[in-house]
Write a protein that binds this ligand. Structure first.
Ligand code: GLA
Length: 373
């Protein structure tokens, strides 16, 4: 295994173990997680392998096959730079949570398509969290580790994300989507066997990432928090009378609430359709989610809109932007015989605009984080 060879070359011994954590794609439930709402992501076949051993001198050596080496110490984790902030943040979050985590040598090998919005950073955090949990016998469960990984990202890296990405990586299951209540953190997996219906879930990676993404993400969160305050609820999850809420709000807050409340209902509807075996009908809800994200939540961009429209024109049952927005990927539900036609349609639409060709990846629901060796 490549990561074991890299570990041995760098550190001169075999690792105590190797852990894997996957990236994710979200089927539906976008920008609902930090509103205490519902999400339905699934784990992908690509992820991060982390080979690791304990050290007893407080040193943390981090090596990435993709991004180089970074030495850190436990008493100066904040000096970690670049990609190393994510694993350093996991050490920090576990220790801040009162867990006795010492130093470690770690080698990382990742194959989550970079820049596609498929949560390579969550995969990195979760792989390291699972490794430290076993190496230091912390006894934490999967959701505890997802929560620690999210804390690393929120409070150490400084990205105010919700729990979805880390939970999908930690709790995903082969052939299933993760139906997660982001308030209670209760979850269950739902069978997602689209192939049995002659359908394919296709990821369309636009290849773009607009710079405003992080600032706009924080602004959307702030809009939601101020709207919740104005409505007198703890979180937008608690809005039960949408019409009444909309009549008391205006401007951006009104639009954001409309998205979040209807998106939670769409997640429940998709879960219902999947349970009923009405998989093709999920497409209409993907389309509705995209329009809501485009027009009410305003986190789409031209590249995402064109990919969605061209996919549907080419025969997709439905498509939507997935992840935070402002670039990244679209997820489309495609009748398998139409797969080539859908890809051709999107490629042609990009070509007409002189945009670089998008990348197509099959989205197969895969297993969550686990120890490999
Ligand atoms: C990013 C964040 C998630 C979630 C999505 C939007 O991926 O990391 O927590 O908020 O955006 O649904």
């Amino acid at each position: 295994m490549r990561v074991v060879d890299a570990f041995r070359d760098a550190y001169g011994t075999a690792p105590e173990g190797v852990w894997h954590a996957p990236g994710r794609v979200n089927l539906i439930g976008e920008h609902t997680d930090y509103n205490d709402g519902l999400v339905l992501p699934f784990a992908l076949p690509w992820g991060v392998n982390a080979a690791a051993s304990r050290r007893d001198d407080g040193v943390v050596r981090l090596l990435s096959l993709q991004a180089g080496a970074e030495p850190v110490t436990l008493d100066a984790l904040e000096r970690a730079a670049g990609w190393a902030r994510y694993p350093a943040g996991v050490f920090w979050a576990l220790r801040a949570g009162g867990h006795a985590v010492g130093g470690a040598d770690i080698a990382i090998d990742g194959d989550v398509p970079a820049g596609a919005g498929l949560s390579s950073s969550a995969a990195l955090e979760v792989a390291v969290a699972f490794a430290l949990n076993d190496l230091y016998a912390l006894g934490l469960g999967r959701m505890d580790l997802a929560v620690a990984a999210r804390r690393a990202e929120n409070d150490f890296v400084g990205m105010p994300c919700g729990i979805m990405d880390q939970a999908a990586s930690a709790l995903g299951a082969e052939g299933r989507a993760l139906f997660l209540d982001c308030r209670s953190l209760g979850s269950r997996t739902i069978p997602l066997d689209v192939a049995a219906h002659d359908l394919t879930l296709l990821i369309i990676d636009t290849g773009v990432h607009h710079e405003l993404a992080d600032g706009q993400y924080a602004r959307r969160r702030a809009d939601c928090e101020s709207a919740a305050k104005r409505l007198g609820v703890a979180a937008l999850r608690d809005v039960s009378d949408l019409a009444a809420a909309l009549s008391t709000l205006s401007g951006d807050e009104r639009a954001r609430v409309q998205h979040v409340v209807t998106e939670n209902h769409r997640v429940e509807a998709v879960v219902g359709l999947l349970r009923a075996g009405a998989v093709e009908q999920v497409g209409a809800l993907l389309n509705a989610s995209h329009l809501s994200l485009r027009d009410q939540y305003e986190v789409s961009c031209a590249e995402l809109d064109v990919a969605v429209e061209a996919a549907v024109r080419g025969g997709a049952r439905g498509a939507r932007m997935t992840g935070g927005g402002f670039g990244g990927s679209v997820i489309a539900l495609v009748p398998t015989p139409r797969l080539q036609a859908v890809q051709d349609s999107v490629t042609a639409a990009y070509g007409e605009r002189d945009w670089a060709a998008p990348r197509f990846l099959p989205a197969v629901p895969s297993a969550g984080a686990r120890r490999l060796i």
